[in-house]
Ligand binder design. Structure first.
Ligand SMILES: CC(C)(COP(=O)(O)OP(=O)(O)OC[C@H]1O[C@@H](n2cnc3c(N)ncnc32)[C@H](O)[C@@H]1OP(=O)(O)O)[C@@H](O)C(=O)NCCC(=O)NCCS
Length: 195
């Protein structure tokens, strides 16, 4: 299979720093922190994301991180770790996921550990990743999607002024196997940012 050298050689950040959050790609030595964060958050993640019952050991978290690192290297998925900017404590995960490199279309996903919810880490991380996508990756579209029942998740793009584009009714399967509807939000370069 031919490799996409342009995409793979696209420079990416080493870290993005805000007032409260530090965003950077995963490293192997994050495995214990990732394991602990998921272990304390399983009930809170389970309704919305598929990995609540993964990370049963630190070794398993290390394997997941190696997968993130390999995807980062080839720009397949840019999964990132989030840390408290002051204390360095691991707070959760996010990602800038390419959906179409040719047109500069990226999707942002996120989760925060239970003990770090309600502190604004995710809203700030989404701002940093979105600004980076427009400024450095020539993005034309940054999208966020969530289960229509996930009010805390939908509050993130709403808080940041993303345009609410659609409610896709009964379009996919939730983690519990039921049919879910999906909210779609996006920003384009011409939209006002961070009202
Ligand atoms: C969805 C999820 C990431 C949202 O986390 P969150 O902590 O509510 O989001 P933020 O980090 O942006 O924090 C916003 C909260 O911090 C508060 N906050 C404090 N300081 C803030 C600041 N400087 N900026 C923004 N918000 C701030 C806000 O008031 C808000 O709290 P409220 O909901 O009580 O009003 C989290 O609930 C989660 O991980 N859920 C499980 C996984 C999941 O659903 N992921 C998304 C799948 S689509």
């Amino acid at each position: 299979m031919p490799i996409n050298t342009t995409r793979i050689l696209t420079p990416l950040f080493e870290e993005l720093r805000g007032e409260r959050v530090l965003v950077r790609p995963y490293r192997e030595d994050d495995a214990a922190a990732l394991y602990e964060a998921v272990a304390e958050s399983r009930e809170h993640i389970r309704p919305w994301l598929p990995f609540a019952d993964e990370h049963q050991t630190v070794e398993e978290s290390l394997a997941v991180i190696r997968h993130f690192i390999s995807n980062w290297l080839v720009r397949e998925e840019m999964t990132v770790a989030l840390f408290d900017a002051q204390t360095g404590q691991y707070a959760g995960g996010s990602g800038l996921h390419p959906r179409n490199w040719e047109i500069g279309f990226f999707e942002i996903g996120y989760w925060v550990r239970k003990s770090a919810e309600g502190k604004g880490y995710i809203s700030e991380a989404v701002k940093l990743l979105t600004d980076y996508a427009f400024a450095s990756l020539q993005a034309n579209r940054v999208m966020i999607r969530c289960d229509a029942r996930n009010n805390r998740s939908a509050a993130v793009p709403r808080r940041l002024g993303f345009v609410e584009e659609a409610l896709l009714r009964n379009d996919s399967i939730a983690t519990d196997g039921t049919i879910r509807s999906t909210l779609v939000f996006s920003l384009t370069p011409d939209d006002p940012r961070w009202p």
